[in-house]
Design a protein around this ligand. Sequence first.
Ligand code: NAD
Length: 313
Amino acid sequence: MLKPKVSIIGSGSVGIRYAYSLMMAHLARSIVVLDIDKKRTEGEVMDLASCMPFVSPVDIAIGDYPDLKHSDIVVITAGAKQKPGQSRLELAKQNVEIYKDIIPKVMAHASDAIFLIVTNPVDVLSYAAYKISQKPWQEVMGSGTVLDSARLKLLLSKHCNIDARNVHAYVLGEHGDSEFPVWSSAMIGGILFKDYCPMCNKCNIKTSLPDMFSEVRNFAYEIIKRKGETSYGIGLALNRITSAILKDENSVLPVSSFVDNYYGVDDVYMSVPAIVNKKGVRELLKLKLEPEEIDNLKKSAKLIKEAIRSTGL
Ligand code: NAD
């Protein structure tokens, strides 16, 4: 048995981009890919296997549920994706039904693995995976707003002409239309953004910040309008989360986690900063939020809960 082992359920655009990124980053020694579309998955795996002479040794194979045994992480991307103009929440019912089929089969063979949920709406599906599996919440997380936060950092970095690695900013809440930026704790090189802005004073932040955030929120819609899906960004965001788990990094990432007793928000999955290591989510960080941000967090939680309820969970 070769470790670390990552199993991927769903070999569509996202699953395969992620598998490719895992190979390139030498993160896993063994990768299993499972999908109901066996023929195409076989083709994808053959294609990926032909990369092997160019990368560190890695075993990649098509598999079925028994082959998930000894996985460190099971990443689930299986399910329907957004059509142009469709919101993520509109996919909830259909994808929860798929999870009712998938999760018990994963539990039968890889109940110890960390579950990393990607299928949209990711907060609803992470909650579904947690409820159906009855695993400890720490071991079930969603990709959340890791990518959205990265996009916000990128736009801030371009806007301020500062290296993105010196920009810190979170997008929290739902990975979807009700997500919100936490400007109060955004930082440029260790200086709070709200203090940095008046020093720089090169733009009108009353318009530039909302414009920047709506670009972040609409990023996926704009990509889907043009090419039908988003996959490279999420592939690398998953790679980042995988690294935090497999290398026991204790990284702070806004993954979708079980949020309870957090600014009055209970019993929901959504993104807040979480410390991620080999056991999953070690703990959530209670970020100091401004009253308007707390309102946004609560609104987002309410929408996710309504979507969860609409699926009958
Ligand atoms: P896709 O249609 O290319 O792939 C989905 C795959 O799931 C298909 O290969 C399909 O055969 C498979 N599948 C469906 N039902 C299955 C089942 N019961 N068992 C096994 N496999 C099954 O879609 P995609 O572009 O790869 O997107 C996958 C999901 O990820 C979508 O829900 C999409 O909205 C979501 N997504 C999430 C994020 C995020 O940030 N969380 C980003 C991009 C996409």
